[in-house]
Design a protein around this ligand. Structure first.
Ligand code: ARG
Ligand code: ZN
Length: 871
């Protein structure tokens, strides 16, 4: 049954305080809770409905009296209590079994430790509670456990007391003074090492910073600690937001469904998102850790201090926090390169979602299982929506809006409308039309045409917007969006922009055009020659832009535009255009690249030393998935052939320059500064292109052998692993041998094999699933092998005999019983059958139907399968 946003009802009762006591025993955990409750209307009589899942109710009493059976009803989802006074104390004892909890929601065991994940609806697996974010309470938590196995006992807030029991167990009590929803509750118990530091806030609060890890992971938290401190300083500097408790704790766990969780004062992190060292982590891993540490820290204000009224508002905290994370990361290094990465992610993950059967607005209208809505739309498109406020209101206006938002809503559970109202009111702007970004799904298309009148020296841009239909939304109204643009003359210089109706003295080199209608015209005067339009600079709105550029114009933009994102984008568009043209021809052409693309890439190579990280991005051809996303009918093998042909053309023309760039930038050290990372990215990109040519085995083998860091080593291993030969086998064996005891590196070993272009990859994956290091209960392993294959290896996932589809469906069916959240997520690639060629479509649908017909489907998997089967 679907839950609808329109059906929202305020809670019948509030809970002011929660007193929890956990007794962690190997044969089961006893949870005692004492809640101070009051009816929200102040009247006696209303039923209290508590959520509960997988719980055994042991005792229940109201105001100290055991509750007679006639006054309550329990089923497998809830506990309903009747005839209650207006105010009362409710005590409940439940028994739970963390060691059997493979869903990793609620309280579970990971390795030797206990930990929790309560967002979105995990708290109901711990005790009966109104498990909804608009019920906010002050928590006190006491944890009792064996001191040998669990010397460290943690929960939210400040540590207030501790002691020993006569039976030898010890206990610790925590108190969190900030009222919070149950989804921010956390508990950790284990034998953990602690990396400690301090941070003094702007107002002088001395904060203890602690990162807890299992002992074998000590020494890998320096980067996370440094990132945490810079995030804390950044939020003070840019937003005036300070941390509010005496300590900030982070715990690393091996088994985790997502990346990390912002529990108040006690973040729980997937080890992937917190551990880093140059020997075992790639440069990418370092960036991930910095970004996720910052993201979870920023949630303390955008998420915790101001939280969501209901789960339809998820983007209120996630979109906003992703945007804050992006702002932070842009300030740490090259903002342009970071922006390119964000757009790549949006196009790879969100555009296909918005174009597929699971498309939903940033603020969804209904869901069956909320876990399925932790999506690229809610997170990444949500972040783009916040970025557009920033563009439309200007940085100052945006911060005025943020201040008003905190002033109005600190301590409250609110909605996306409340956020929009704060932005509008602080700036005296009407954002009614802008709110369509929250309610309408689908990626808008901007079609731009131009006209140059040489006699009048007038240049006119016509912008038309439209948005394709999405499930449940046939017609769309126009969006309000910022189109940042400039004009280049034939020499690539920026031209002054005299808009027809603005003051003559007002002629900037860049303008933000506000798009609000289906069709608009913008007239520029005093334009002395036909310009080349530079459109959507910085990717100022999450749209598909269409303008019929010539190859020459794209090459000019790629070489000269004032905006780095646009320079990159122009090169990508040129390559895309050529590959699409080749795909459109009846006979595959001998050559895909032409002189314009080759000279643009030549220019990139010549300027590579100015900004190696940017050059690496510019030398990377659009992915096969991106090409597929441009097509009405997708033939994965044809796309692969054309892209390979394009790369061979590049090698034929620029091979020796690529080799030079490779040799000049190849490093043999572990330096982790931005410049070294940029050069590594460039060398690896060049090597990746060269590897598609002939006789490269020695080059790759040498790169692997000489690697002094994980970035270089993994790059070479991944390229070697595409071929079935002795060199590849030797490198894979060596890699596993060296790092068999490091789980995060073993994940990479699975991943490179899952991404292999070898034809027999589906069979190899089936074999790897039997490997002693593989396990379906560890989400990182599943993502490394199954996720990487289904999402990152389109050529072999879509192998014409359907082996990839069968493998995925078999795995999803097994996972369904183990971990429904991960099962539903792994399943997503099978739902993207609509635009595949008929044979693939049929194979994918057949497997989806097979899953749909299975018994005992979890809510999570059921929702994805049933929506995925709708055409
Ligand atoms: N709020 C977390 C974040 O920082 C995500 C946690 C979601 N967890 C889940 N099981 N759905 O993005
Ligand atoms: Zn988040």
């Amino acid at each position: 049954a679907a839950i609808r946003r329109a059906d929202y009802n305020a809670p019948s009762h509030f809970v002011d305080t929660v007193d929890l006591r956990f007794e962690l025993n190997d044969d089961g955990t006893i949870v005692s809770s004492r809640l101070q409750c009051r009816a929200s209307d102040g009247e006696p009589g209303a039923d209290l409905l508590l959520d509960g899942n997988e719980l055994k109710l042991l005792e229940i009493s109201v105001d100290g009296q055991p509750l007679p059976a006639a006054r309550y009803t329990v089923d497998d989802q809830s506990l309903r209590i009747r005839d209650l006074p207006a105010q009362f104390e409710l005590e409940i004892r439940t028994e739970i079994h963390p060691q059997r909890n493979t869903a990793l929601e609620g309280l579970y065991k990971s390795g030797g430790m206990y930990c929790t994940q309560c967002e979105a609806e995990g708290f109901r697996r711990i005790t009966y509670f109104p498990d909804r974010p608009d019920v906010m309470a002050v928590y006190t938590t006491t944890i009792v456990a064996d001191p040998n196995s669990y010397p460290v006992l943690l929960s939210n807030g400040n540590r207030v007391d501790a002691g020993h029991l006569d039976d030898g167990r010890h206990w610790v009590r925590w108190h969190d003074p900030f009222p919070k929803p149950s989804y921010l509750f956390a508990l950790v118990a284990g034998d953990l090492a602690c990396h400690q530091d301090r941070f003094v806030t702007a107002s002088g609060r001395d904060v203890l910073l602690q990162i807890f890890v299992e002992h074998h992971n000590t020494g890998k938290t320096d980067h996370a600690m440094a990132a945490l401190k810079s995030a804390m300083a950044w939020d003070e500097r840019t937003h005036g937001l300070e941390y509010d408790l005496d300590r900030y704790m982070i715990v690393a766990v091996d088994d985790f469904n997502m990346g990390a969780m912002e529990n108040k004062g006690l973040n729980v992190f997937n080890t992937v998102c917190v551990l880093a060292d140059p020997e075992t982590s790639t440069d990418r891993d370092f960036e991930t850790v910095e970004a996720v540490i910052a993201h979870e820290y920023f949630h303390n204000w955008t998420g915790n201090r101001v939280t969501c009224r209901d789960w339809f508002q998820l983007s209120l905290k996630e979109g906003l926090t992703v945007f804050r994370e992006h702002q932070f990361c842009a300030d740490q290094g090259s903002a342009e390169v970071k922006r390119i990465g964000e757009v790549r992610t949006l196009r790879a993950a969100q555009f296909p979602e918005d174009a597929g059967p699971l498309a939903h607005p940033v603020r969804p209208d209904s869901y069956i299982d909320i876990s399925n809505f932790y999506t690229a739309t809610v997170y990444n498109k949500g972040s783009e929506v916040i970025r557009m406020y920033h563009s439309l209101l200007g940085a100052e206006g945006y911060y005025r809006g943020m201040q008003l938002y905190f002033k109005r809503h600190d301590g409250q559970a609110v909605t996306c409308d409340d956020f929009l109202a704060a932005m509008a009111d602080a700036n005296d702007r009407d954002l009614t039309q802008f709110s369509r970004w929250y309610s309408q799904a689908g990626t808008p298309v901007l079609e731009v045409q131009d006209d140059y009148d040489a006699t009048a020296q007038r240049y006119t841009l016509t912008v038309r917007q439209s948005c394709p239909a999405t499930p449940g939304q046939a017609e769309k109204l126009p969006f309000h969006l910022p189109l940042v643009m400039g004009l280049l003359d034939q020499g690539g210089r920026s031209m002054a922009l005299h808009l027809a109706d603005s003051a003559a003295s007002d002629a900037p080199l860049e303008r933000l055009l506000e798009i609000t209608s289906h069709e608009q015209q913008f007239v520029f005067e005093q334009v002395s020659e036909r310009p080349v339009p530079s459109l959507l600079r910085g990717f100022s709105a999450p749209v598909r832009l269409r303008y019929d550029y010539t190859d020459q114009q794209l090459a000019l933009l790629a070489a000269h535009d004032a905006d780095g994102f646009t320079r990159w984008e122009a090169g990508q568009q040129l390559a895309t255009k050529l590959m699409l043209a080749a795909l459109g021809r009846a006979e595959p052409p001998a050559h895909v690249a032409n002189e314009h693309l080759l000279s643009a890439l030549d220019g990139v190579l010549r300027r590579a030393s100015e900004d190696p990280a940017f050059a690496a991005e510019a030398l990377t051809l659009p992915s096969e998935a991106y090409i597929a996303d441009q097509l009405a009918e997708v033939d994965v093998e044809a796309i692969h052939r054309v892209r390979e042909a394009c790369i061979r053309d590049i090698i034929a023309e620029l091979g020796s320059d690529l080799e030079t760039i490779y040799r000049e930038n190849r490093g043999t050290d572990q330096a982790m500064d931005g410049a070294s990372m940029g050069r590594r990215a460039l060398a690896c990109t060049a090597l990746g292109l060269l590897a598609r040519g002939d006789d490269v085995e020695d080059l790759l083998r040498d790169h692997y052998r000489n690697a002094a860091n994980m970035t270089d080593r993994l790059c070479a291993l991944g390229l070697l692993a595409h071929t079935d030969n002795d060199a590849a086998a030797a490198a894979l064996a060596d890699f596993h041998d060296r790092w068999r005891n490091d789980d995060l590196v073993v994940n990479k070993w699975f991943q490179v094999q899952a991404m292999s272009l070898r034809e027999d990859t589906p069979e190899l994956i089936a074999q790897l699933m039997e490997h002693p290091d593989f396990s379906l209960t560890n989400p990182n392993r599943v993502r490394s092998l199954i996720g990487a294959f289904a999402q990152g290896n389109p050529l072999r996932f879509h192998r014409p005999d359907g082996a990839g589809y069968r493998l995925l469906a078999d795995t999803v069916l097994q996972l369904n019983a183990i971990n429904p959240q991960v099962a539903a997520r792994m399943l997503l690639p099978l739902t993207r059958w609509q635009r595949q060629i008929p044979s693939a479509r049929e194979g994918m649908r057949r497997e989806l139907e097979r899953i749909g017909n299975a018994h005992k489907l979890s809510k999570d998997v059921f929702e994805v399968v049933s929506k995925g089967l709708q055409a």
